[in-house]
Ligand binder design. Structure first.
Ligand code: NAD
Ligand code: GLY
Length: 361
C-alpha cells in the first residue's frame, strides 16, 4: 500500500492507494471520531462493495443511504434526502460520512458533509478510476443546479481517501477509459516522465493490470496533490487541472450530459488544446501526434462528433467557469509537462483550430 499526504490550506490528510483496502477495519477506524457513520453510495457501487465495507464498520452505528446511479443524483433534492436520513437517525456533529462510489457519490456526500450541522467529517472511498485520480482528492464537492453543473458546492477536504484498485475490476471498460483521460492529463500538464510511462504502459492499464493501475493512481494523485497544496481554492495554478476541459465541457453540454462521458469529452479537449498550442508555436507537432496516439490507445475519441460546429464550441465555451470579465481563458501547453492559463489566444487562431477539429471528423 502507498500512502500519500495531501496538504491543502495547511491541513493534511492521507490518500491510501493499494489492494484489499476496502475490507480493512484498521485503516478506517482512526478516521472515525464518534460512534456514528453514514455510508452514502450509489446502487451499483453498493451492490458490489457495501457488504465488504459493512463488515469493516462492524461496531459503529451505521446508516446506509443508497442513491440512484447517474449525474441527476447530484441535486438539491438528494442533498435534502441525505440530510433527512441523518436527522432521522439522529446523527450528531461527531458523525462521519463515507462516500462509496464514483465522482457523483463523492461530490454529493462531500457537500452534504460540508453543510450537515455546519460541517462533519467525511471519508472518500472512490470506486471509479476518475474518482480515484481526480474527484476524491483535493476537496471540491458540490451538486448541480438546473442552470449549471457543479454550481452549488464547497471546498471541503476529506479526513482520508481510500483508493482500492481492486474495485476497478468491475468497472465497465468505457468508464475506465474515461478515467484514463484524467490520468493522461497529469502527464501532459505536469509530469513528462509519467507521460512517457503512460505511453509504454497504456495496454496494461486498459487491461486493468493492478500494478499498472496502482502506479497510475499514485502518480496522478501525487501530481494533483502538488497543485492543490499550492492553490487549494483555485485562485491561480489549480486551473491547470482543467486542461482539455474548456473544449470538453462545451462538447459534453452540446451532446447532452450522459451521452458523452466527461473523460471522453476531456480527451477530445486535450487533443484540441495541444493542437492549439502547436498553432501558437509553443509546442511541436510531434507532441500532438503523441497525444493523439496515447488517447486512442486508451480507447478514447480524438475529435468532436461529426455534426458539432465551431460556432457550437464558441457559444458554449463562453459560459466556462474560468471566464473572467467575459474573457475566455484556456489552459494550453508551453511544453510537455508545462501548462499555462492564458487569455491571449488570438481569436483567429482559436477559430482556425475549431474549424480544423470540426473538419477532422
Ligand atoms: P459516476 O459517479 O457517475 O460513476 C460512473 C458509473 O460507474 C456509475 O454508474 C457508477 O454506479 C458506476 N460504478 C462506480 N464504481 C463502480 C465499480 N467499481 N464497478 C462498476 N461500476 C461502478 O461517474 P464518475 O466518472 O466517477 O464521476 C463523475 C462525476 O465526478 C461528475 O459529476 C463530475 O462533475 C465529478 N467530478 C468531480 C471532481 C471534483 O474535483 N470534485 C473532479 C472530476 C469530476
Ligand atoms: N478536477 C479539477 C480540480 O480538482 O480542480
Amino acid at each position: 500500500m502507498h500512502t500519500l499526504n495531501i496538504t491543502p490550506g495547511g491541513v493534511s490528510y492521507p490518500v491510501f492507494i493499494g489492494q484489499q483496502l476496502l475490507g480493512n477495519p484498521e485503516l478506517l477506524a482512526p478516521f472515525i471520531r464518534g460512534h456514528q457513520v453514514a455510508v452514502v453510495s450509489s446502487k451499483k457501487a453498493a451492490s458490489l462493495y457495501l457488504e465488504t465495507l459493512r463488515k469493516a464498520l462492524g461496531h459503529f452505528q451505521v446508516t446506509e443511504i443508497t442513491l440512484e446511479d447517474g449525474e441527476p443524483t447530484k441535486s438539491l433534492a438528494m442533498l435534502e434526502h441525505v440530510v433527512d436520513c441523518l436527522l432521522r437517525d439522529k446523527h450528531e456533529r461527531s458523525t462521519t460520512l463515507i462516500a462509496l462510489g464514483g465522482g457523483v457519490t463523492g461530490d454529493l456526500c462531500g457537500f452534504s458533509a460540508s453543510c450537515y450541522m455546519r460541517g462533519v467529517s467525511f471519508i472518500q472511498i472512490p470506486t471509479t478510476l476518475l474518482a480515484q485520480v481526480d474527484s476524491s482528492v483535493g476537496g471540491k464537492t458540490g451538486i448541480n443546479h438546473k442552470r449549471g453543473k457543479n454550481m452549488i458546492g464547497a471546498f471541503y477536504q476529506p479526513a482520508c481517501v481510500l483508493a482500492d484498485v481492486d474495485v476497478l475490476a468491475t468497472l465497465p471498460d468505457r468508464e475506465l477509459s474515461a478515467g484514463l483521460a484524467e490520468v493522461i492529463k497529469y502527464g501532459l500538464i505536469a509530469d513528462p516522465l509519467f507521460f512517457a510511462w503512460l505511453e509504454s504502459h497504456m495496454d496494461a492499464l486498459v487491461a486493468k493490470d493492478s500494478e499498472a493501475l496502482m502506479q497510475a493512481v499514485l502518480s496522478s494523485c501525487k501530481n494533483k496533490a502538488l497543485v492543490v497544496a499550492e492553490d487549494e481554492k483555485e485562485q491561480g495554478r489549480r486551473a491547470i487541472l482543467n486542461f482539455g476541459h474548456t473544449f470538453g465541457h462545451a462538447l459534453e453540454t452540446w451532446a447532452g450530459y450522459g451521452n458523452w462521458l466527461h473523460g471522453e469529452a476531456v480527451a477530445v479537449g486535450m487533443v484540441m488544446a495541444t493542437e492549439l498550442s502547436v498553432r501558437l508555436g509553443w509546442v511541436e507537432e510531434p507532441l500532438a501526434e503523441r497525444v493523439r496516439a496515447v488517447v486512442q490507445r486508451a480507447n478514447l475519441p480524438v475529435s468532436p462528433p461529426d455534426d458539432m460546429k465551431p460556432e457550437d464550441f464558441l457559444d458554449l465555451m463562453r459560459v466556462d467557469k474560468k471566464t473572467v470579465g467575459g474573457q475566455l481563458r484556456l489552459v494550453l501547453l508551453k511544453a510537455l509537462g508545462e501548462a499555462v492559463v492564458t487569455s491571449t489566444v488570438p481569436s483567429g487562431l482559436l477559430r482556425e483550430q475549431l474549424a480544423a477539429s470540426c473538419q477532422e471528423t
